[in-house]
Design a protein around this ligand. Structure first.
Ligand code: GLN
Length: 542
């Protein structure tokens, strides 16, 4: 029988509810339990694919091609699990499904309502994941903050499940914020009390409170207050503190006894935890003294959340390369107005041009790539980064001055990046890109092969455009090596430029499969090469 932990948030959004969810999952894993996680998103979008990452944060692509909320990325990275679209339930999906069923006559004669039809659909999906995953414990996190109108159906479904499942088989963890006001220096528990009151008003009583406090672990007096007013045991009040590396949080919460309380409350036996691997991993993140400086050149440069997976993949790669990493954001639009500013890249050890869309900022990215190619600066181009590398080389090496991607210039005479026939005539925007995990053939003897060590790999995709087959020959003559392609031979998947110290582009997004203990090979390549070059070492052999 699968047990269920519901995670809700109070006071504010963005206080690390997702990380608490991941940490609890990890605590159960190190005790030998199989876990999976679901994110409930109250918005009406069917998935995150059509949302602007500038506002909403990264779109995280799963193996099955589902375009998910970025919390699913955190679950995959912490828990080492591969999730599917079933693990992200949005209000959009619930309404779409219920209304479709209504039109088919599935509810004939009845009035279709939020309760019970939408709430039943929430419960059905949670139970479906429990059944399919065969997990011992399913973590179910509800997005937003208690008190939001739109999350009510989800919380009502949680309430019903807590009634329907056996007592002790479900648990509710409420994540709140405890602010410390400068003037008094005292942690304020009132917002937590209020948000628990809000939860109770809809019939939910938390078992555990995880309070985020920037000032460190809560004093006993604050815990006692929360315990008393929120009706939880004092030993069930934990503090989620700021940590040096995210991967430390499970250890911090475990240190406060959370793992034992969670296991005990759920009636799970064999609760002996083995943290040895995780601790050794965290040490690799904290030990290095030396660091590399990587420029992340993109358009949404201001907002960290747009490229969470890219950032994490770089961090994983740094830990494996024995260095720390400083990632700095460079707005490529600046290089359009002031081309000479591209020289700021001189002070960086390596450059990454991540995925992106549209014409704005593209010229600046092309100038970034040109700078790296000409000045032998280690470069990794991801998706759009690969495509714009092809544009740059077509313009500056082959001499096709008007070469472009048809994404930027639909009528360019030299469409070196173009849509393949299957993408033409696609009108709907949601879920219609080339998405998800696809097999990729890697050519032996290339940089790509030395990084992956395998001729057949699987990586996740999210794009419409491709390197135009009509230009493959000319690009190869210009020095580009196509080191990977789709097994049907129709698509190029990786490029490299062997004259340079490190110049690699991937049509896929390897960051989605990077794990803190197993960095993504292209990211590892970039960081190791940047670090080696900084130390004056010869071109690395991977
Ligand atoms: N805009 C490009 C395409 O759709 C690249 C997409 C990306 O970088 N994810 O093909």
């Amino acid at each position: 029988m699968t047990k269920c932990i519901f995670i809700t948030g109070g006071v504010l959004s963005g206080i690390g509810k997702g990380l608490v969810t991941c940490s609890v999952g990890k605590m159960l894993q190190v005790r030998g339990f199989k876990v999976t996680a679901i994110k409930c998103d109250p918005y009406l979008n069917v998935d995150a694919g059509t949302m602007n990452p500038y506002i909403h944060g990264e779109v995280f692509v799963l193996d099955d091609g589902y375009e998910a909320d970025m919390d699913l990325g955190a679950y995959e990275r912490f828990l080492g699990v591969e999730l599917s679209g079933l693990n992200n339930v949005t209000s959009g999906q619930l309404y779409q499904q219920v209304i479709r069923r209504e039109r088919e006559g599935g509810y004939l004669g009845r009035c279709v309502q939020i309760i019970p039809h939408i709430t039943d659909e929430v419960k059905r999906r949670i139970r479906l994941v429990a059944e399919k995953s065969r997990a011992d414990v399913v973590l179910v996190e509800c997005g937003g903050t208690v008190g939001d109108i739109e999350s009510l159906p989800f919380l009502e479904a949680f309430r019903q499940m807590r009634q329907e499942e056996k007592r002790g088989d479900t648990l509710l963890i409420h994540v709140t914020l405890v602010p410390v006001l400068d003037a008094v220096g005292e942690p304020k528990t009132k917002p937590t009390q209020h948000s628990v009151k809000e939860l109770r008003a809809i019939g939910l009583q938390p078992d555990i409170i995880a309070a985020r406090c920037e000032e460190g672990e809560l004093p006993v007096s604050a815990k006692q207050k929360i315990a008393l007013y929120c009706s939880v045991e004092e030993r069930a009040v934990f503090t989620s503190v700021d940590v040096g590396t995210l991967y430390e949080l499970p250890l911090v919460l475990e240190g406060q006894g959370m793992g034992d309380v969670v296991s005990e409350y759920l009636g799970l036996d064999k609760p002996k935890a083995d943290w040895s691997h995780w601790k050794a991993m965290v040490a690799r993140y904290k030990e290095p003294k030396d660091s590399v400086r990587i420029a992340m050149c993109g358009k949404y440069a201001e907002l960290r959340d747009c490229y969470v997976s890219v950032n994490e993949a770089l961090r994983h790669a740094a830990a494996a390369s024995g260095c720390k990493i400083n990632i700095e954001w460079i707005e490529t639009e600046d290089f359009e107005k002031h081309p000479e500013e591209v020289k700021v890249l001189k002070d960086f050890d390596g450059v990454i041009v991540p995925g992106g869309f549209g014409k704005r900022g593209a010229l600046g990215k092309i100038r970034t790539i040109e700078y790296c190619r000409v000045n032998d600066k280690p470069l990794l181009g991801i998706c759009y980064g690969l495509q714009l590398s092809v544009v740059e080389i077509s313009r500056d090496v082959i001499g096709l001055e008007d070469a472009d991607s048809t994404e930027c210039e639909p009528h360019t005479p030299n469409p070196v990046i173009d849509l393949l026939p299957e993408q033409r005539g696609v009108n709907e925007m949601g879920g219609t890109m080339r998405l998800g995990s696809h097999p990729v053939h890697v050519k032996p003897g290339t940089l790509a092969y030395s990084l992956y060590g395998s001729e057949m790999i699987n990586e996740r995709h999210r794009h419409r455009w491709e390197v135009n087959p009509e230009y493959w020959d000319r690009l190869e003559k210009a020095g580009i090596v196509f080191s990977a392609w789709s097994p049907d031979g129709r698509r190029k998947e990786m490029i490299e430029y062997p004259d340079n110290y490190f110049f690699l582009g991937t049509q896929f997004h390897p960051e989605f499969k990077s794990r803190p203990w197993a960095p993504s090979p292209p990211y590892y390549g970039l960081v190791k090469a940047s670090y080696d070059k900084k130390r004056g070492l010869p071109k690395p052999e991977f």
